[in-house]
Design a protein around this ligand. Structure first.
Ligand code: FAD
Length: 366
């Protein structure tokens, strides 16, 4: 039986970067993933010639030149720029809030007029110390933008009224007094041509991968195969949930193939009213400027997470923070295991951040 330097649990970005760097350093590694495919949550599946982002829309954006150059070794990135549209009961607005938004909302034409309008509404609300998310949003952007573009979306996303949500969730709301529709303020942005799965396959090239293999179900046998384990699964699952389960916010996706070339003319449309049950519709072909005769859309529903559901966003509150700290203390005692990635560290990581984190760990370890 082969023996490896490393057993990598999880074929997502963190695991794939580690596999690539281990290979370069002359180490041997075996990657296992419980899913039937590689790429973790950035997995893209081809449907009707379109790369569908199965676990949620993923837009690569970064200010980190080293990470940008790194990913460009495994994929060619296209010129996609995220410019979401907000749909409020059929009224369409540009996101982030910019001059197109203000012109549509109030008929203002110049940046000075827009600034004045926001200031008037802020002052009229007279909130000095915001006590909740509603007050925080109104004190930042005024009542109109709050009512039409923030309130409904945020309430659907968190499953609670904005008045019951803490103000800190929105420290800032991006307000641009320009016509720039680019949602991200990042130096580098794009989508890998051919999908993320192809990019991750490039990172894993030359490393043995076993799919449909749950590490925790076969831990004793798998541990014998390697000197060290890189674990990117949920940290609480590793310890058999002995201190309780960490909570997540979940998302449900309803994906549909439509017999038409263009459903909404944009990759992302956010539904900012309270009545529409979904938060967003993603039309996947626009990530790659598709010309296919059909289209694939995904409606996204934000949902409460129950144990057994797919974990998406860690819940950033005191209770879960304290529980994670206890698991982290246990993890630090596991001598031959390194915990990494969004599930291993119970942390929301953008893709560039998870790659940077994996590269930093490789520098220490390899
Ligand atoms: P994962 O991709 O989750 O990989 C972990 C792997 O471990 C999985 O494949 C899992 O099957 C496997 N695994 C778990 N347990 C076991 C086990 N017991 N045995 C074997 N295998 C196991 N980032 C951006 O930069 N831009 C975006 O637009 C963006 N959009 C996002 C949208 C959503 C809805 C979410 C949730 C995240 C988004 N992200 C985005 C973040 C991005 O998804 C993460 O940065 C990235 O997926 C983290 O990679 P990872 O390797 O840590 O985890």
């Amino acid at each position: 039986m082969n023996h490896y330097d490393y057993l990598i649990v999880g074929a997502g970005l963190y695991g794939a970067v580690f596999a690539q760097e281990a290979k370069k350093a002359g180490k041997t590694a075996l990657v296992v993933d419980k899913r039937p495919q590689i790429a973790g949550n950035v997995y893209t599946q081809e449907m009707e010639g379109i790369h569908v982002h199965v676990y949620g829309a993923h837009i690569f954006h970064t200010n980190n030149k080293r990470v940008w150059e790194y990913v460009n070794r495994f994929a060619e990135f296209n010129r996609f720029t995220n410019s979401p549209v907000a749909n409020y009961h059929g009224e369409l607005y540009s996101l982030p809030f910019n001059m197109y938004t203000f012109n549509k909302m109030w008929g203002v034409v110049t940046p000075q007029e827009a600034e004045q309008k926001i200031e008037e509404q802020r002052r009229a609300a007279g909130i000095t110390e915001p006590k909740n998310l509603e007050e925080q949003a109104i004190s930042l952007v005024g009542t109109d933008i709050y009512e039409k573009l923030v309130k409904g979306y945020t309430e659907k996303q968190w499953g609670r009224p904005c008045r019951e949500l803490p103000a800190f969730i929105i420290k800032r709301l991006p307000v641009r007094l320009t016509f720039d529709n680019n949602y991200f303020n990042a130096l580098y942005q794009g989508i890998p041509v051919g999908g993320y799965t192809k990019m991750v396959a490039g990172m894993l090239e030359g490393t043995e991968v076993r799919l449909n293999t749950d590490y925790l179900e076969q831990k004793t046998e798998l541990d014998k195969l390697a000197d060290k384990v890189i674990y990117t699964g949920p940290v609480d699952a590793y310890f058999g949930y002995r201190l309780g389960a960490l909570e997540y916010r979940s998302v449900r996706f309803e994906t549909e193939v439509l017999d038409m070339p263009n459903f909404q003319g944009n990759a992302a449309v956010n539904y900012t009213d309270r009545e529409t049950p979904w938060t967003r519709i993603i039309e996947h072909k626009w990530f790659e400027f598709g010309t296919q005769p059909k289209t694939v859309i995904s409606r996204e529903y934000s949902s409460e997470w129950k144990p057994g559901d797919e974990p998406y966003y860690p819940v950033n509150d005191e209770k879960n923070g304290a529980l994670y700290a206890q698991y982290k203390a246990l993890a630090d005692k596991e001598e031959h295991v390194i915990f990494g990635g969004r599930l291993g560290e119970y942390k929301y990581y953008d893709m560039d951040a998870v790659i940077a984190s994996a590269l930093a760990m490789c520098e220490k370890e390899l």
